[in-house]
Write a protein that binds this ligand. Sequence first.
Ligand code: NAD
Length: 460
Amino acid sequence: MKRHDLIVIGAGPGGYVAAIRAAQLGLDVACVEKEAALGGTCLRVGCIPSKALLESSEHYVVARNRLAEHGVRVGSVELDLAAMMKRKDKVVEGLTGGVAALFKKRKITRYAGQARFTAPRRVAIDDADKTELEAKHILIATGSVPTSLPGVELDGDRIGTSTEALAYPEPPKRLVVIGAGYIGLEMGQVWQRLGSEVTVLEYLDRILPGMDGELAKEALKLFKRQGLAFQLGCRVTGARVHGDRCVVEREGDEPLECDRVLVAVGRKPNTEGLGLDEIGLTLDERGRVPVDDRFATAVEGVYAIGDVIRGPMLAHKAEEEGSACVEGIVTGVCHINYDAIPGVVYTDPEIAAVGKTQEQLEQDGVEFRKGVFHFRGNGRARALAQLDGFVKILAHARTDRVLGVHIIGPRAGDLIAEAAVAIEFGASSEDLARSSHAHPTLAECLKEAALAVDGRQIHA
Ligand code: NAD
């Protein structure tokens, strides 16, 4: 039996950040991970490889279609998919290796294998030595796994999830994406840029559920203009491989034939094989581990964070929770402002949001004022030749406190950081409007939108 102060199960962004923070706070920390590489879904088969491909595929499109506008003439532009994939793998290797180095630096003990609870403060690992560990605190940070639909037969190849879509051997001629959420749009755009004919089937009558409606509407318009096809209000009832192609069945419509199917209809908490029954830990109706505001479960000494608990399945949300949870264990202070956690879709244009959507404020009967500024009125956006999109700020009608910021346009994912800080600090739109923003930058659009809350925008 090996003893530690804290055992973290899972080395994704939630788990590895919790382990590092706990080590900084003086705990003797162990982390158990079943995959050979650290970093979880995000680093291995999620955020990072998809961003590498989004970046590379954008270069391809820019070289093919947009350089001439800048007066740069290139000869024929060819896709070298193997090289693109190799670069992606290198980016992933660098980062997962980086986490291993950070563990070493912080003297975190790493165990390879799947951990299973044998008692509230004990886990057994399925490694060759059948290692048993004991700790005062155990943190479940096992993340999530893709879900599928009834009737959709995942074959781990042609009908697959984001994992397969990160490594198609060539651009499928026709790709059907089921689900117009984060994954469907990001990966759909990658393959559309690389030459696939992409059709996105979405059950709802809109894309990006949960995002501000005005943003989603603008995004739909722009994606369509790029050549992505959408069928909204479409319920997929089945998908299977049939000979050399795939067949997707839709309610009330003809079956759709294609070469590959990407199923992107959400993810579910990953608790399989953890032995939660063994310690009497029951899940909620959506398969999540219930926790209190200190991330403690109903079983003393057992905590949970990230995708395996309530809230959005986002790497940075898990990171915040990982740090807050171990700080709570060590110092007694544990706090997260969930209103200040941004969400970003890394498509072109990027789509980013923090705080409340307009629909949420309307539903809650909160009176607000709205300021909108379009990128086409911004000098830097014009120099970049990226004029699509806008910044929208929602501020409380009486107090002027910023309640929500929604951006669609160039570098929205980076621009949203200022808005998250503003919300975290309880800023008013007047605070943003009176803060100097360097000229010419895209960030000036935030200042202009803040001025627009009071009808004082300069460049529109
Ligand atoms: P999602 O929840 O974002 O979107 C799933 C979509 O599938 C929804 O629009 C839903 O209405 C639709 N859908 C559900 N059932 C359907 C059916 N039968 N037919 C057609 N459409 C159907 O899920 P996702 O895109 O799979 O992503 C999973 C998780 O990963 C999300 O929680 C997301 O937060 C996270 N993620 C985040 C990022 C990012 O931060 N950029 C990127 C990728 C994934």
